[in-house]
Write a protein that binds this ligand. Sequence first.
Ligand code: FEO
Length: 390
Amino acid sequence: MRPRTIKQDVYCLGAVDWDRRLFDSLIPLPDGTTYNAYLIKGSEKTVLIDTVDPEMEHILLKQLEGTSNIDYVVSLHAEQDHSGSLPAVLEKYPEAKLITSEKAKSMLMDLLHISEDRITTVKDGETLELGGKTLEFIYTPWVHWPETMVAYLREDKILFSCDFFGSHIASSDIFVTDEARVYEAAKRYFAEIMLPFRGAIIEKNMDKLAKYDIHMIAPSHGQIYDNPKMIIDAYNDWLQPTPKNLVVVPYVSMHNSTKEMVEYFVSALVERGVEVQQFELTGTDIGKLAISLVDAATIVLGTPTVLAGPHPVIANAAFLANALRTKAKFVSIIGSYGWGGRTVDVLAGMIPNIKAEVLDPILCKGKPKADTFEKLAQLADVIAAKHKEL
Ligand code: FEO
């Protein structure tokens, strides 16, 4: 695709990665992604913001064929999906200075072996005059690495946000056209990389940005928001400290006993006015589970006991929930066992980051019986009551 104009003398470059299905060899990308770079031409200076994943470097270089000079290349974030083509761009433009945050400097040198003499660091709030256009750098640490910053183009009121507000969607549209689709993709992205830093850090960055008059948000993944209110409102909602009236039930079952317990329990919760999302983990896109963890007040893990502990698939989900530092206030475990094991102890030990009250687990020997269902109904009562107090 050729560079596309988003405002006068401001262009979107970059690559659409329709085929990528996994990020960091970990995060599912059901809709692919994009790596956006932006070219801004002031009357005196030209700047390129970010690059693309090195796999798609040739696309960016092709787009730059008509650009004879670049004065500055800005790296907002050192992760290679944005910085990976910097060496090639710097080689093509030997006079260009690489502008980045103080923390990013050593990271770019370590990750990409960029020579120190090419790098100029900017402080929080520093500006760069391009001639009729002024770029202001705003430090926004931990979205989602420590060195991350964004850039605000004052005259055009565009925020170049890199990962912040991004979404993994491959699309031929340059601007958001389907807000509902982007909302889900952006929430997935928020859950997977921003959620662990909520609580103060991301909120502080949001407060900082609230002072700016932003007419457009141009992220480095996904489409550009020409209605930025949509994504800003969404972030403010996802960052609310109080979780919602939602129970998430990730589970796995070997011989249907745990499944029977889960199905009874989920119905009992629904009957008590509690929203539930149930995930059978062997067939679940883990990103869907991550999305639900943004809002969940309670997590109930359903697992059989196998090899004397929780099923490894549920252990993976517990590890994820712990790493994401979810807002959940209550956790519990339900499941079936054959003769014994340490399922509860092992799982409880895996979630130290979740500062939640542990509700009495319900483990049943073999197939669930009447007293098992009674206990599950009681657990549903407890959860419904606790959610009302939130
Ligand atoms: Fe899109 Fe943190 O890289």
